[in-house]
Design a protein around this ligand. Structure first.
Ligand code: IPM
Ligand code: MG
Length: 368
């Protein structure tokens, strides 16, 4: 009797449903080749959930996620749910809520330079070639979850002493939150090239000074792993100057969010980056990219990040290393064969065969 996994699919908004459909094709192919069953159920999140239920994270979705072995999410958000009306639900609230409710404090974002895409990156090929970085982003603390408010008609908040708006967000971290994410980074580094960069802004922020102290304590427990500290502004520059110096980068929520989009340039496109969010219970897998409303419905989105999210799901939640490797290899072979989506097509390589979303999904499934 083969293994069986219950997967909660959250297609969300924008290009979400289009790329999710490709991930489902790959799951079906894995099921056909390995002794495994996936029981997939769909639930609502983000704007789609607001439209149907009035809230971005309905309780049914939380229940469905909790009783699954893994959650596969695509993307949420779009102009339709950014009305600017005070108190109106926002699509992204669904994302923050599921991360918080499932205790998904560790977001693993592997970035590597695919050899066939080296010329598709705007960076010099010799700089990009062979780059391989794992960004470990803290996902349930910091600015996105701290105390916040926005007030209107506040005396003196407007220009020239007039009443105006006032808003704040707070970056908050407890020691244990720093400890567990930094520890996770060190554990992961041991299975890689044994180097951790802890990224902060200790020259400006109190939270960062605490982060540094805690990180140093953890580092002392891992004498076999090289430990370096970097300020986030410098880290942003170093990623572009010399990405090869990095193995594992660990940082708080906002810095990790920003650095991972920047690092995507090493992989040629944000459309290539998958992520795993791990924590206390059910894990969640999602692309690093958003819902890309500008290209939604046009059938040109890159489904690879979503498909590689399936790869990570098989690796971490299903413990199916062989199937996960097979997906990673299928993606590489499709790229080797010159197939591209528009975002990774290289204008200087006429041999590139540009495919739409569904055709790319089919091609990867075929190479599996
Ligand atoms: C990400 C995204 C989200 C985030 C947005 C959509 C709220 O940018 O997963 O990186 O900031 O976490
Ligand atoms: Mg982001």
């Amino acid at each position: 009797m083969g293994k069986s996994f219950k997967i909660c699919l959250l297609p969300g908004d924008g290009i979400g449903p289009e790329v999710m459909a490709q991930a489902v094709k790959v799951l079906r192919a894995v099921k056909a080749r390995y002794d495994v069953t996936f029981e997939c159920g769909e639930a609502l999140i983000g704007g789609a959930a607001i439209d149907a239920t009035g809230t971005a994270f309905p309780p049914e979705t939380l229940a469905a996620a909790r009783e699954s072995d893994a959650v596969l999410l695509a993307a949420v958000g779009g102009p339709k749910w950014e009305t600017g009306e005070p108190g109106a639900p926002r699509a992204e609230e669904g994302l923050f809520a599921i991360r918080k409710e499932l205790g998904l404090y560790a977001n693993l974002r592997p970035v590597h330079a695919y050899a066939p895409l080296v010329d598709a990156s705007p960076l010099k090929p010799e700089l990009v070639r062979g780059a391989d970085v794992l960004i470990v982003r803290e996902l349930t603390g910091g600015l996105y979850f701290g105390k916040r408010d926005r007030a209107y008609g506040v005396p003196g908040a407007g220009p020239n002493g007039a009443p105006g708006q006032y808003a704040y967000d707070t970056m908050e971290y407890a020691e244990y939150e720093v400890e567990r994410i930094v520890r996770m980074a060190f554990e992961l580094a041991r299975g890689r090239r044994s180097r951790v960069h802890s990224v902060d802004k200790a020259n400006a922020l109190g939270v960062s000074r605490m982060w540094r102290e805690v990180a140093r304590g953890i580092a002392a427990e891992y004498p076999d792993v090289e430990f370096r500290e970097l300020l986030v502004d410098n880290a942003a520059m170093q990623l572009m100057l010399d990405p090869h110096q990095f193995d594992v980068i660990v940082s708080e929520n906002t810095f990790g969010d920003i650095l991972s989009d920047e690092a995507a340039v090493l992989s040629a496109s944000l459309g290539m980056l998958a992520s795993a969010s791990l924590g206390e219970g059910t894990a969640l897998y999602e692309p690093v990219h958003g819902s890309a409303p500008d290209i939604a419905g046009r059938g040109i989105a890159n489904p690879i990040a979503q498909i590689l999210s399936v790869e990570m799901m098989l690796r971490y939640s299903c413990k199916m290393q062989e199937a996960a490797d097979a997906i990673a290899q299928a993606v590489e072979r499709v790229l080797d064969a010159g197939y591209r989506t528009a975002d990774i097509a290289d204008a200087h390589t006429p041999a590139n065969k540009v495919l739409g979303t569904a055709a790319m999904g089919d091609k990867i499934t075929e190479y599996l």
